[in-house]
Design a protein around this ligand. Structure first.
Ligand code: RAM
Length: 345
């Protein structure tokens, strides 16, 4: 080859190499060895998931922003297969890891399989996909889901003096997390005699949309004149339900609890519309997720029983079922601590 041809060839090789994606035991990496992380929330309008995003960004800043390519992307609506195109795009882009807050427990399995076959780590975020665990690598749980149902029934019971009709306003009908908690609520009611005078009259769905949640609350008030309480285990729904109670001056007559963000619930705790609700720490989930991917990129195998270091959260372990429990217990928020947490998430 002539010298000029050689130079052109060399230049072409360099261009190809620079744009190339490197795959190794620690997963695929982008140009310059960057870890490519995609987080697909249930939908991009629910502020709950912004709180998880905060944690991703915090850990990325700690480990070095130049080492990561991080994208927060997803559908505007939380339908069972609305996330498919975002999963496929992340695979095509040769991501290191996809974090997914799945809108269905099994409808996405084949896309998750395709992702894993292509070398992408699949981490279910803020929940698991019950019955489909073999289609993901790890699930990051915000807390132990076994504790959610019993805690919400107790928070409702305390406010109702353990008697009266109440309803559940959930998110989407297919949401794996919501359905696990609803089953837990029903089981607790059926098995604990302390709650025998409380009656669950209906389960309705606000789709994690404030307007729909409010409309469903209005309908419940009309349909059940004896309604004494509502459990809304959705961060998007609970403030919308609280607003209806407040606006209709039903504070104290219809009690409210559920899962919510301290930031959006503070005004309703302050005025007594919601005496107490629960949650965990969403930023911690994103934070330890980044440390997990970083550890994997250095050769860590997230097998049950193993541990990895997650910055300020210390040693984090993988449970026997492939789950990580970010926290074990939930936190309860009320007048005593709402001011402390409202500025955080
Ligand atoms: C909602 C979502 C999410 C849930 C929180 C508490 O907005 O349904 O999955 O974990 O609330």
């Amino acid at each position: 080859m002539k010298l000029t041809k050689k130079l052109v060839f060399l230049a072409l090789c360099l261009i190809v190499a620079a744009g190339m994606v490197f795959a190794g035991p620690g997963g695929q990496k982008g140009a310059g060895g960057k870890l490519k992380i995609v987080y697909i929330p249930k939908d991009t309008v629910n502020p709950y998931f912004y709180a998880i995003d905060v944690g991703f960004k915090e850990a990325i800043a700690e480990l070095g922003a130049d080492k990561f390519e991080y994208v927060y992307t997803g559908p505007a609506t939380a339908g069972p297969t609305d996330q498919v195109e975002y999963i496929q795009a992340a695979v095509q882009n040769k991501s290191t890891a996809i974090f997914l807050s799945a809108n269905h427990e099994s409808a996405l399995n084949r896309y998750l399989d395709e992702a894993r076959d292509a070398g992408v780590k699949v981490i279910i975020m803020n929940q698991d996909i019950p019955g489909s665990e073999s289609h993901r690598d790890v699930a990051i749980m915000p807390a132990s889901f076994a504790n959610v149902g019993p805690l919400l029934v107790e928070l409702m019971g305390k406010q109702l003096n353990y008697q009266g009709d109440f309803a559940i306003i959930s998110a989407t009908t297919d949401a794996p997390d919501q359905n696990t908690w609803i089953a837990g609520i029903k089981q607790e009611l059926a098995s604990n005699s302390k709650y025998s005078r409380m009656k669950l009259v209906d389960v309705v769905y606000g789709d994690d949309q404030p307007e729909k949640s409010a409309t469903e609350m209005e309908a419940l008030i009309t349909k059940y004149p004896n309604l004494k309480g509502v459990i809304a285990p959705t961060a998007a729904g609970i403030p919308a339900v609280a607003k209806v109670i407040q606006t209709r001056r039903l504070t104290g007559r219809i009690k409210l609890t559920g899962l919510g963000l301290p930031s959006t619930m503070k005004e309703f705790v302050d005025d007594g519309t919601c005496e107490a609700f629960a949650l965990w720490n969403p930023p911690y989930e994103g934070y330890l997720g980044v440390y997990l991917v970083d550890a994997i990129s250095k050769g860590y195998n997230p097998a049950p029983g193993s541990t990895f270091k997650a910055g300020k959260l210390g040693d984090v372990s993988i449970e026997s079922n492939g789950q990580i429990l970010t926290l074990k217990d939930l936190m309860v928020y009320d007048k005593s601590n709402i001011d402390q947490y409202a500025p955080l998430f």
